[in-house]
Design a protein around this ligand. Structure first.
Ligand code: PFF
Length: 448
């Protein structure tokens, strides 16, 4: 995505957007958020949120990007000359740094598990031992910071060499492979004793288990998972060609992302109940459960290796898209050279990630509202920055942006039918998204 050249093929453009969306948000975060919020009811709210807010906001970001072929700040300046809406871009930049700050720590954990898998150490242990294994990893500042820094180094090396495109090409093989592997693991989990309990937990909506805080978590999870609210998909939209079918692309990204999240749930929860792990274990959930799954499979060593390698690539395409937000901004708005913008982004990220990596050990006593730095960053990124960003995008496209431009983008200048899609989009953006997001914020801050 280095220069403003556009994607060579439609598949290339979608693959890159799906590459951004599918990542640790689906495989690591979705299962544990569902686990902490009671399962089925959370998932139902999550899916509704994807339909009435997620996909409409993806489409809005595509519309803003493609109608201007520029980054968020330049786009807002062009679409609303003389107005200050472009200031919202700064929220996107801060949000993207916070996401990458905690996200890269989890990417570091993935590398550690990849290493452990390669060393053959991820088998023949009890669930209790896997629990201790994860605890000893996060308690060790050197290992946590070391893996995180290694991940960041790889991320920015790829970006500085301009080989993101190469990574995207590799991902076009890796992503479908990840999908196939998830299905194989799901089948394997479904054959475990106690699988029924896991499925019931996942798909039976017990609303007594869901709080309004859980609803906020579902919204935040949806926004993080779809990469929306911090202008990431505006950048992708800006590279789309004029004949790309925005509606179809937005639905494809939303549907594939949701499918991967649900498959991760189906892979994890039968095993959670089968091994007697607490579904509410939080961020450590998949690290406790996955090794047990591999252990039960013939050729578990290779499965483990392949799985962590694929997750590593899925995370890398996500962090590349995340880092691209501040980098494009610095280059296009502050006339920095690309290498310089990469160095600045890398340095700032390094500071935040180190703080996050230390929050389970050296800085474990530093807490705000009962959350350590890592949890605080995770919470602030998805439940505050991305949701507020989504609110802004919905209100901007729904109420402020010129309707003719929206119509043109949806119909590719009148060549396609807009009709019902446009009505649905505008309705969701004007009423459903803002009312739901504002209501939940007012409620949780105690105003209503
Ligand atoms: N959607 C990614 C995931 O689910 O892992 C995370 C992400 C990528 C969030 C890019 C935000 C973003 F701009």
């Amino acid at each position: 995505m280095a220069q403003r050249v556009g994607f060579a093929t439609r598949v290339g453009a979608i693959a890159a957007a799906v590459g951004s969306a599918v990542g640790l948000g689906n495989i690591w975060r979705f299962p544990f958020e569902a686990g902490m919020n009671g399962g089925g009811a959370f998932i139902l709210v999550y899916i509704c949120c994807i339909l009435v807010m997620g996909i409409p906001v993806i489409l809005s970001e595509f519309i803003i990007g493609r109608s201007t072929h520029s980054n968020m700040k330049a786009a807002l300046r062009r679409l609303s000359p003389g107005k200050k809406y472009y200031l919202f871009t700064y929220i996107c930049i801060v949000g993207s740094f916070i996401v990458i700050g905690f996200y890269s720590v989890v990417c570091g954990w993935i590398i550690e598990y990849l290493y452990q898998a390669a060393m053959g150490q991820l088998s023949n242990h009890t669930p209790q031992e896997y629990n201790e294994m994860f605890s000893s990893l996060v308690a060790n500042p050197w290992r946590c910071v070391g893996w995180t820094v290694l991940f960041l180094a790889l991320n920015f090396l790829v970006m500085s060499r301009g080989i993101e495109k190469g990574i995207e090409r590799v991902s076009r093989i890796m992503m479908p492979l990840l999908f196939v592997i998830l299905i194989i693991f799901c089948i394997n989990s479904l054959l475990m004793p106690g699988a029924g309990k896991g499925l019931k937990f996942l798909f039976y909506p017990d609303f007594s288990q869901l709080t309004l805080r859980g609803v906020l978590d579902a919204f935040g999870q949806a926004f993080l998972s779809l990469s929306i609210g911090i202008s990431c998909l505006v950048t992708y939209g800006s590279y789309f060609k004029d004949d790309a079918l925005l509606t179809r692309d937005a639905v494809t990204v939303g549907a594939l992302d949701t499918l991967v999240a649900i498959l991760s749930g189906v892979m994890i929860f039968p095993a959670v109940f089968s091994f007697g792990v607490e579904p509410t274990a939080g961020p450590r959930l998949i690290f406790e459960v996955l090794p047990g799954i591999f252990q039960q499979m013939t050729g578990g060593y290779l499965w483990a290796l392949l799985f962590f390698l694929l997750v590593f690539f899925a995370s890398l395409t996500s962090t590349i898209s995340l880092s691209e937000i501040p980098i494009t901004f610095m280059i296009e708005e502050h006339k920095m050279s690309r290498p310089r913008a990469i160095v600045w982004t890398a340095l700032l990220t390094l500071v935040l990630s180190t703080l996050a990596a230390l929050s389970f050990n050296v800085l474990e006593d530093v807490k705000l509202w009962g959350k350590n730095i890592f949890d605080m960053m995770d919470y602030a990124a998805s439940n505050i920055f991305m949701l507020l960003g989504g609110l802004f995008t919905a209100v901007y496209v729904g109420w402020i942006m010129d309707r003719k431009i929206i119509h043109d983008q949806l119909t590719n200048g009148g060549r396609l039918k807009g009709g019902i899609v446009e009505t649905y989009l505008i309705f969701c953006l004007r009423y459903v998204a803002p009312v739901s997001i504002i209501f939940i914020f007012l409620y949780l801050t105690g105003i209503i």
